[in-house]
Design a protein around this ligand. Structure first.
Ligand code: 3HC
Length: 311
């Protein structure tokens, strides 16, 4: 019976064995995986827009080539993750519709504007740095297809972070104006990067269950703390100030103390009222409409090929 299946499922998870698409799984496990992986995929696709705005304005061919490679990688990450959701029986077209209609989320971080080229460097350094802190543990997530997608994505993510940091090191050894651009971008992206990890554990409705099912391996606050501990020394080496006067090393804790992010801002942004939410969604919807002919052509070609094989 189901009790037996449930017990076997729990034993597999507790033994750190992967759950694969054909294994029995509680319906709630499947739906929370669809929720998290679909929103992760949406984040990758929407995340192409902020940096994409600088493709036509990159200061050199080298910077343009690096940025183009990164934006293409994000598209690929989205495709891996939509493929992982399809193993759970959902249809990619339906997920795109839910994104466009606001019935599914994407990462809050992509609702902020990229005002200067230094933003491209700071996104690589802070946003991809935060994504790495969040995604490395997901390589050990209990659902096989998700964990395997993460392994491939994390390899490319480290290039994303390094190219951003190197871009900033270059600018910091430039003119005062360039140094000020980096500081200004850091000031604007620091707090939204901390919010990427989700609400405080006490206000996170999904964390406890996701930890029990080993979908998540650490809580939101644990990963946020890990990100701060890694990033503060990088800011010192870069020569930028982080915009939090309470930031200081706490020897008793063995971690940096830091101020609470503005959770009202976070709530507003994930409700759709951030600086760029409307623009990101309308551009995604327009791209989906403009791309309809490609989907129709691919489907027609596939149907014709099938008919040819049957003849
Ligand atoms: N942006 C938007 N929504 C967020 C959010 C954020 N930064 N943080 C939390 N939320 C949402 C959750 O989705 C949940 O809403 P839902 O129930 O409608 O899905 C609600 O706020 C409560 O949050 P919880 O902490 O209870 O939710 P989770 O347990 O799902 O934790 C998470 C949130 C840490 C983002 C987790 O879902 C996760 O680890 N997801 C996979 C990683 C991911 O999505 N990363 C996106 C970053 S961007 C990226 O990776 C691209 C890179 O190339 C830059």
């Amino acid at each position: 019976g189901t009790a037996q299946l449930e017990a076997e499922f729990q034993n597999r998870v507790a033994a750190d064995q992967r759950i694969e698409p054909r294994d029995w799984m509680p319906e709630a496990y499947r739906t929370t995986l669809v929720r998290q992986i679909a929103q992760h995929a949406h984040s990758e696709i929407i995340g192409m827009q902020p940096e994409g705005d600088w493709l036509g304005r990159a200061p050199s061919l080298r910077r343009k080539a690096i940025l183009l490679a990164k934006v293409q990688d994000e598209a690929g990450h989205g495709l891996y993750l939509y493929a992982a959701t399809e193993t759970l029986g959902v249809d990619r077209a339906d997920l795109t519709e839910r994104l466009i209609e606001g019935r599914q989320k994407y990462s809050s971080i992509f609702n902020y504007p990229t005002l200067s080229f230094a933003d491209v460097g700071v996104i690589g350094w802070l946003v991809d740095g935060a994504a790495i802190c969040n995604q490395v543990p997901l390589c050990r997530s209990s659902y096989g297809p998700y964990a395997r997608a993460m392994v491939r994505i994390c390899k490319e993510e480290s290039f994303h972070q390094r190219q951003g940091y190197e871009l900033l090191l270059t600018m910091m050894s430039g003119t005062d104006d360039q140094r000020q651009m980096v500081q200004d971008a850091t000031n604007r992206w620091w707090w939204p990067s901390l919010m990427m990890f989700g609400p405080p554990d006490g206000e996170s409705p999904n964390t406890r269950q996701s930890m029990a099912w080993r979908i998540k391996r650490h809580t939101n606050d644990e990963l946020r703390q890990r990100f701060v501990d890694i990033t503060v020394p990088q800011a010192h080496r870069l020569g930028v100030e982080l915009p939090d006067s309470a930031l200081s090393w706490n020897p008793e804790r063995g971690h940096y103390d830091f101020s609470e992010p503005d959770w009202d801002e976070f709530t507003q942004v994930i409700k759709g009222y951030g600086p760029c939410n409307a623009e990101r969604i309308s551009r995604r919807a327009a791209a989906h409409r403009r791309g309809a002919w490609v989907r129709e052509a691919a489907a027609a070609h596939a149907a014709k090929s099938r008919r040819r094989e049957e003849d």
